[in-house]
Design a protein around this ligand. Sequence first.
Ligand SMILES: Nc1ncnc2c1ncn2[C@@H]1O[C@H](COP(=O)(O)OP(=O)(O)OP(=O)(O)O)[C@@H](O)[C@H]1O
Ligand SMILES: [Mg+2]
Length: 510
Amino acid sequence: MFSPRDMPSPSSIFSAYASMTASIMLLRSMANELIPQPIRGYLCNAFRYLIKPRSPTLTLIIEESTGIARNQVYDAAEAYLSTRVSPENERLKISKSPKEKKLTIRLEKGEKVVDFFNGACFKWRFICAESEKNNPNDHTNNISVRSEKRSFELSFPKKLKEMVLETYLPFILEKAKEMKEEERVLKMHTLNTSYCYSGVKWDSINLEHPSTFETLAMEPELKNAVIEDLDRFVKRREFYKKVGRAWKRGYLLYGPPGTGKSSLIAAMANYLKFDIFDLQLGNIVRDSDLRKLLLATANRSILVIEDIDCSVDLPERRHGDGRKQTDVQAHRGSDGWMQLTLSGLLNFIDGLWSSCGDERIIIFTTNHKERLDPALLRPGRMDMHIHMSYCSYQGFKLLASNYLETPSDHPLFGEIEGLIEDIQITPAQVAEELMKNEDAEATLEGFVKLLKRKKMEGDVCESPEKAEPPHQQSKRRKVGCRQKRGVGISKSNSGVTQRRTRRMRRECSL
Ligand SMILES: Nc1ncnc2c1ncn2[C@@H]1O[C@H](COP(=O)(O)OP(=O)(O)OP(=O)(O)O)[C@@H](O)[C@H]1O
Ligand SMILES: [Mg+2]
């Protein structure tokens, strides 16, 4: 047993301390003489490392992006932590878009959240580091570019490292996935041009486009073919794996302005519940930026490149008259640093991009298919070519029932059928006309007048002779102009083009 008598007296403690200090000093002076300086420094560091108190806590840094692609753990943590805020939090970000059912809560810079899982405590902190740097392309150094680096810090006892990596983080990923499915508000991602110099970035807003296949005026046969194609695509994960192809599908939508190309894209996104990434090539200057952006797109998404024939002067593109564009700078201004190439775009879409993600759809749109570079049209690139054309009687009936809620046997419909098939009128024009008046009778009468006027003005289908080779003309004469109302669909996946139903109406008259 320990008794007070066993305790050392203060004087003995002092003398022991004094003799220890003297010994250390003696050792030190001996060491100074005997051990050379570099080795002494090394030994000191090693000794300090051995006696340094170890932190029992491990901190994981979860950054928003992994350099190129978005970090899924970050996105999941952001969604998950929004359900874990407590009265301790002092600043939170709140938002809600019309389509969202609930308020969205996000942590503000520096906010902390404590989460309990399997009896253990996990501390989260949201970090947002802002920095400003000079624009590397601005030689005057007057323009600086602001950028933000967002991340989460997750701290927990070191001994839980395995559990965090194997159970806790997978649990958060799964939870966030469930939340996303439940809320499923589609996003439309567009380029954030203010990041143009420091690195391009996607910004997202909720996709509010109301277009669906039900509201879209398209030939029913073509519409069904597109829906079937999409259904088949999303079901074929194993098939794509088996045949060694990337799980992606390409569509080319072509046709005059106002025929519903953008509406069809929105309908596809709403049908599949895929986000849209709208790539405006005009805002991208280098292949490296393009690569970065494409890698930052998510699975189950639609990448859209609208107006491919005029959104950017890609170096390998040909002019409408067949001349090849070779002088990049001539099309790019005098700055000389724009290096986006068509081959960069196509190679990337065929190569790395398509192989690093799942369930990707890519859609190009154009008003002038004939102006596209053959490289874009070659088999295997765009699996399906969809021609969106002028409004047919079927299309009109659908729009009339959407806009006016008229019965399909309205007395004026017969007259409209006789007129509309010979006239070039886009679904956008029809929709605009049908919105002019709330009274269905007056609207339809106005619409008949418009069709008659257009017919008088000669805004009708061109004679087939101008467009078709002779062997096609005889066939066409039998069915007249109707057959030129383009509801063409062609599949190019095996290099065999199967034009379904009717032939496309040439857009050269536009
Ligand atoms: N096929 C259609 N069915 C229903 N509405 C349509 C259709 N086409 C056009 N519209 C109406 O016209 C508007 C414009 O159409 P949209 O933007 O889809 O045409 P677009 O073919 O993409 O034109 P652009 O070539 O100029 O981009 C749509 O918002 C929609 O209201
Ligand atoms: Mg469009």
